[in-house]
Design a protein around this ligand. Structure first.
Ligand code: ZN
Length: 152
């Protein structure tokens, strides 16, 4: 998992990661993984499909294939999925970041809390305390809701 803490930039690195999970490193799977890891915010299936087709015409992935790829990549934990309050799944490269917690109630985009937020510090301390107790298998689920600048 430590590889995921760095942004993935090379296609070859994506291929390697995908193969290491026993999946086929198709061109579509590689561009999906690479794109999700290059974006700062979680993206929905539809956003991702738009984004991929805007990038390069050769990147176009049909809807069903994209669902399948997202499903497989999240199943092996190469990407993570987050359910928004609009009941739409969004996909992200690194869910482990405690500051990626803020969701706009209107447009359902996810935003990062400021790194210097006392809340982030508190959650990190809490997370470290749990880790020190030796129990590595836990997850903190926490969401902050509000309205982003565009929607307010
Ligand atoms: Zn908004």
């Amino acid at each position: 998992m430590s590889l995921l803490r760095n942004p993935i930039t090379a296609d070859s690195e994506c291929e390697e990661l995908i193969r290491s999970k026993g999946l086929r490193a198709t061109r579509a799977a590689v561009s999906v993984l690479k794109t999700i890891h290059s974006l700062d915010v979680p993206v929905s299936h539809d956003d991702l499909q738009d984004y991929l087709s805007q990038q390069k015409p050769s990147n176009v992935v049909d809807s069903v294939t994209l669902y399948r790829i997202l499903d497989r990549l999240s199943h092996v934990k190469l990407i993570d999925k987050v359910l928004g309050s609009d009941r739409v799944w969004r996909y992200t490269g690194e869910r482990d970041q405690l500051n990626d917690l803020y969701e706009c109630e209107s447009c359902h985009q996810h935003f990062n809390l400021p790194r210097s937020s006392p809340l982030v510090t508190l959650l990190e301390q809490f997370s470290n305390q749990l880790k020190r107790k030796g129990d590595a298998a836990f997850a903190i689920s926490f969401n902050v809701h509000g309205r982003c600048n565009d929607c307010s």
